[in-house]
Design a protein around this ligand. Sequence first.
Ligand SMILES: Nc1nc2c(c(=O)[nH]1)N[C@H]1C(S)=C(S)[C@@H](COP(=O)(O)O)O[C@H]1N2
Ligand SMILES: [Mo]
Length: 329
Amino acid sequence: MLIKTHRDGFMDRIPSEITPRAVYRDRRDLMRLMAGGVAGAALASWAGRQAQAQMPGKHAAIAAARSALPGAVAADKVTDFKDASSYNNYYEFGTDKADPAKNAHTLKTTPWTVEIEGLVKKPAKYTLDDLVKLSAQEERIYRLRCVEGWSMVIPWVGYSLGKLVEKVEPQSSAKYVEFISLADPKTMPFVGSRVLDWPYAEGLRIDEAMNPLTLLAFGMYGEVLPNQNGAPVRLVVPWKYGFKSAKSLVKIRFTDKEPRTAWSKAAASEYGFYSNVNPDVDHPRWSQATERRIGEDGLFSRKRKTLIFNGYEPQVGQLYAGMDLKKNF
Ligand SMILES: Nc1nc2c(c(=O)[nH]1)N[C@H]1C(S)=C(S)[C@@H](COP(=O)(O)O)O[C@H]1N2
Ligand SMILES: [Mo]
């Protein structure tokens, strides 16, 4: 005879403002699709995720990934999930760091398709499920350094963008890749404002896009991405300033010309195409020599020395051999 369990009672204790149950169901379903990687087996509950975020290194998957952190600095500690999901830049939902977490619940992530177009032999329109299943998911812990001077350490879930690039077979004339975010005025309250020229657009040279560090991310902290972090799929380019990592991607286009980007259109002298993290190249209005690690320093103090290429020089330095990084900022 079946004994009645208190499973539902337990579920009800998960605070609804953190993970509404219906959303949790969708997320869990998507997580099932993330076959192969640690993510599928990782903590599926809010409580577990919290524990993981608060005890970096205690969780086996996190510990394993941390030891593999390229250019690992002994003191690199995974940022609390709470900080990483409540202090965001996502201008489609407002310009204040607290706005995206407040407003991005309106983002509709199902159904979702990503179109691959331009100079490729196999243009395609992927449903999110097909994109998720294209390659095994991995957990990668990367430092993310924002151009404004703060940084975080985030365990992402995804796979190298290069896997997708290989699949669509770029033509030999393809030299750049352009990334376009969703711009839906119905669900994104600041699309329509003049703060940026929408849609948000970014770009990489094709060899940068193919570098194994460049990640197509579907999740973080063993869960699918929170909306404010760029659900359902985003780019993560850890050696470049955070704005290169475009969120909520709907289009990836291969081109022969360097694409204009949303930030270079807004202020070309301040935000270059390359935007590699570089302590020796100042932003015209502030120094980039130091940074504040969210969660460890005082709110405004910048205690950490910023590292060239955000600490990933061994992996990406050769991409810029012979280039003047001051000119190509
Ligand atoms: N579509 C879109 N992508 C975006 C942004 C944005 O405003 N819109 N902000 C960028 C900036 S400035 C940063 S620092 C990172 C922040 O990512 P996070 O919120 O996951 O830390 O997202 C980048 N991607
Ligand atoms: Mo940023």
